[in-house]
Write a protein that binds this ligand. Structure first.
Ligand code: ZN
Length: 288
């Protein structure tokens, strides 16, 4: 599943290659790719045709393309394997090409949605006054958003009866943090994933948010993390941040800070990776 940095890399690619171009026509090659667009493939294609794409936007892991003068936006669901590729019209079709968008200009490139496992797709939604597709109106701002409210996030932690990793993955509190970057930020902050959030002091929350931003910015700087060979950015180039991960996927390897062997524990149908020495579990009395 792509996380915020991967999605931001795709957004930047679209901003460079697709923004401000007018759609000539849309070809839906597999109905599953537009199943979230309830009115169907013909409606999807018809409502895009002849309109200009605005500046691609993102909140957390959600990415959308505003459709100018329509009050609507195309929301991209990348799912497990979805890719948005910009290719020349002459490039052979990908085996799992699902949607093709041609443009009414002489640039010579088209936008392709390719998805092997068809969990992803594109759909059109009305937008709120601030430009957000209505179906993601409940998603909180992400920590890279300059309007993210760190004090409100801290207050929410204090009044929640939850643990820190659950809070980091709660998209209505803070968006864009997935399993990988949660483990990385918690390792950097020396915090165990089951620490109750009600015990957090303001400095501790601010330090953790700083680590979340750092780990995301580091990933962005190298083009996103790839754990899935299917993931490529908008130009078809793979991310390679996985080499610099400190926690995620490092079970049995020495902690880069203290040398203790890293552990993995099952956690909410996923895994949590941590250093048992740097990231001490909370006292049992705290867990209740
Ligand atoms: Zn350690």
């Amino acid at each position: 599943m792509p996380e915020l940095p991967e999605v931001e890399v795709v957004r930047r690619g679209l901003a460079r290659w697709v923004a401000h171009r007018t759609v000539a026509d849309v070809e839906v090659l597999h109905p599953r790719a537009v199943r979230r667009h309830v009115a169907g493939a013909d409606d999807f294609a018809h409502r895009l045709k002849g309109h200009r794409i605005g500046t691609p936007s993102r909140r957390g892991k959600y990415l959308w393309l505003p459709v100018e003068d329509t009050g609507a936006a195309v929301l991209a669901h990348l799912g497990m394997s979805g890719q948005l590729l910009v290719k020349t019209a002459q490039a052979p079709d990908e085996k799992h090409l699902r949607i093709r968008v041609r443009f009414a200009d002489t640039v010579g490139t088209e936008l392709r949605f390719v998805d092997q496992r068809t969990f992803g797709g594109l759909s059109l939604h009305d937008t709120s006054p601030d430009g957000l597709p209505d179906v993601i109106a409940h998603i909180a701002r992400d920590p890279l958003d300059e309007r993210f409210d760190a004090d409100a996030f801290h207050a929410a932690l204090r009044r929640s009866r939850t643990t820190i990793k659950r809070a980091l993955l709660n998209q209505s509190l803070i968006s864009g943090v997935g399993n990988i970057y949660a483990d990385e930020a918690l390792w950097r902050a020396r915090l165990h994933y089951e620490r109750p959030t009600a015990t957090f002091t303001r400095p501790r929350t601010m330090e953790l948010l700083g680590h979340v931003r750092d780990v995301m910015n580091a990933a962005l700087a190298v083009g996103g993390t790839s754990f899935d060979s299917l993931y490529v950015n908008v130009n078809g180039e793979s991310g390679y941040f996985d080499r610099s991960l400190d926690a995620y996927g490092r079970e049995g390897e020495p902690c880069r800070r203290c040398g203790t062997l890293m552990r993995r524990r099952p956690w909410m149908n996923r895994s949590s990776y941590f250093c048992p020495r740097c990231q001490r579990p909370p006292r049992p009395s705290r867990l209740s």
